[in-house]
Design a protein around this ligand. Structure first.
Ligand code: XMP
Length: 512
């Protein structure tokens, strides 16, 4: 296997994911893992991830230096590169040129005399940089294997020690052929041969759930989305009737969603679904709250409160199962300490301290497209697998300002028109996510001969592969026009529709 030591980059799991796509088994461990513990896993190679801090800070994150003496290849990425440079006697400085975004890579010795890391790569491909520090002096024994316009040391290597380092991020989707570099490292340089497969993952998870749960019961929070549906199906395979699936109507759902979810689960889930009507509890607690993080925390807590109330009605419930994915984790908390909190996803950063359940989160290391593959393995229907993501905090984070019933109703009407039009035009299937946001910005309009002073709806449609990065969808103008016309004509109280043309980063997909 390959061990990835995590220094807190937003992209660490993408390294693991790229390797999994190549069927290479890997594990992510905190950067401070002791060399004995790494050795115990018998890895064939080590990758040092990126991270937000600087190597010259006093409390900079360090790696157990004996890692370099294990006799297996090491690859450093961004912070990992700077770590290697310093650990081997070179130096790193804060650069005047911050480099964020695209850079063109120039491979030294191309085409006949290139580093093994770049085997089969083309020259002058785009890679993604995101750093403000850079290597200033190379450590002894290292040579430059690629440059870019702003980085004379875009990639360096010490062939004898088999230590490699990249200033850019080969793991992000926007680095062309970055996946090839990771593959070259793992397969050619480290010689990894074992195969990682989704069926193995599924089998392994089902077995470990069965073992952990014993004869206790598990309450599984279902939302109707693919993640929790996959978790429920896995649990049913593992523990059968010890599974108690619960769907909480929090009053923040889309139009008709509760009925749809109940219908779908009646057909597709063997355990009987319990619906909890918690509309008053959620809306009561949210009344007058407009800060996004506060909304998220209240919703997270109220979910747990409702789950605990329901659990009291059954004997022997010890666990709560959720469809938490890796992007929820990385944006909400710092997994091993070092990463930044972006927003508190309701099921991770929004969990209360007083919770009594133990958590079961079998998808915690995966991305949504990987979860969809598991859904297919489990035989879930396509409509369920390909549903757009819908966040647990629901419409509450799509209403700017405080959340109330009239605004929820207004947003629901606009949202359902958007979804209708996208489905009819085939764009629902082509996009990652689509929704309306109620901006609570009023503007002047004229309808008939009358002046209006009404609310604005923002339409957000994005394309993404895993939700970590996203671009706005280039919808045809006539489709946008139809959506806008229908919303303004059919939803009383909306006189303006705008289209969100921001990408993630620097925006996020949701508005809050
Ligand atoms: P952002 O807004 O962070 O969203 O770019 C990335 C993806 O995550 C979804 N999302 C959530 N899902 N609970 C969830 O279950 C949450 O609290 C939450 N916040 C965002 C979002 O809809 C998008 O698909």
């Amino acid at each position: 296997s390959i061990i990835v030591l995590d220094f807190g980059s937003q992209y660490t799991q993408l390294i693991a994911r790229r390797l999994r796509e190549d069927k290479i088994y890997c594990e992510i461990l905190p950067y401070h893992t002791k060399v004995e513990d790494i050795q115990a896993k018998n890895p064939k190679g080590i990758i040092l991830s990126g991270g937000p801090s600087s190597v010259y800070n006093e409390d900079a994150y360090e790696v157990d230096k004996d890692v370099y003496k294990m006799g297996i290849p090491v690859l450093g990425i961004c912070y990992g590169m700077q770590r290697i440079a310093v650990d081997f006697g070179g130096s790193v400085i804060r650069s005047d040129h911050h480099e964020y975004g695209k850079a063109e890579l120039d491979i030294v010795g191309y085409p006949d005399n290139i580093s093994a890391l770049f085997k089969d790569c083309d020259n002058h491909r785009i890679v993604w940089m995101s750093h403000s520090d850079r290597v200033e002096t190379l450590p002894d024994g290292f040579k430059v294997i690629a440059t870019s316009e702003n980085s004379p040391y875009a990639a360096i290597a010490n062939d004898e020690k088999r230590v490699y380092a990249l200033q850019f991020h080969p793991e992000v989707q926007h680095s062309e052929e970055g996946y090839l570099m990771l593959r070259n490292f793992a397969k050619n340089i480290c010689g990894v041969t074992e195969k990682w497969k989704m069926e193995h993952f599924l089998k392994q998870q089902i077995e470990s759930i069965r073992e952990r749960v014993g004869d206790a019961k598990v309450l599984c929070g279902l939302s109707g989305g693919v993640d929790s549906s996959v978790v429920a199906a896995m649990l049913y395979e593992a523990i059968g009737d010890q599974l108690i699936p619960v769907f909480v109507d929090n009053g923040l759902l889309r139009k008709g969603e509760r009925e749809q979810v109940e219908e779908v689960f009646k057909i597709n889930l063997k355990a009987p679904l319990i619906t909890v009507d918690a509309v008053d509890n959620f809306l009561g607690k949210l009344a007058g709250v407009s800060d996004p993080e506060q909304k998220r925390k209240i919703i997270g807590h109220t979910f747990i409160e409702e789950f605990e109330k329901e659990a009291k009605k059954h004997d022997g419930i010890k666990f709560l199962a959720q469809g938490t994915l890796y992007p929820d984790v990385i944006e909400s908390i710092s997994v091993n300490g070092p990463s930044e909190v972006i927003k508190s996803h309701h099921n991770v950063g929004g969990l209360p301290d007083w919770m009594d359940f133990e958590l079961i989160e079998p998808l915690r290391e995966l991305f949504k497209d990987e979860v969809r593959k598991i859904g297919f393995e489990l035989g879930l229907p396509e409509g369920m697998i390909n549903r757009h993501p819908f966040p647990g905090p629901g419409l509450a984070i799509r209403i700017m300002g405080d959340v109330n019933v009239p605004d929820l109703d207004l947003l629901r009407e606009a949202d359902v028109i958007l979804l209708d039009e996208l489905k009819a035009s085939g764009y629902y299937a082509k996009t990652w996510q689509a929704f309306a946001v109620l901006l609570n910005v009023k503007s002047v309009g004229v309808m008939g001969d009358n002046r209006t002073y009404d609310n604005t709806v923002c339409v957000r449609v994005v394309e993404a592969v895993d939700g970590m990065t996203a671009t706005f969808a280039h919808l045809p103008h006539d489709l946008l026009e139809r959506i806008s016309r229908r919303i303004i004509n059919e939803v009383d109280g909306i006189n303006r529709v705008v289209y969100d043309i921001s990408s993630k980063p620097p925006a996020t997909i949701e508005w809050e």
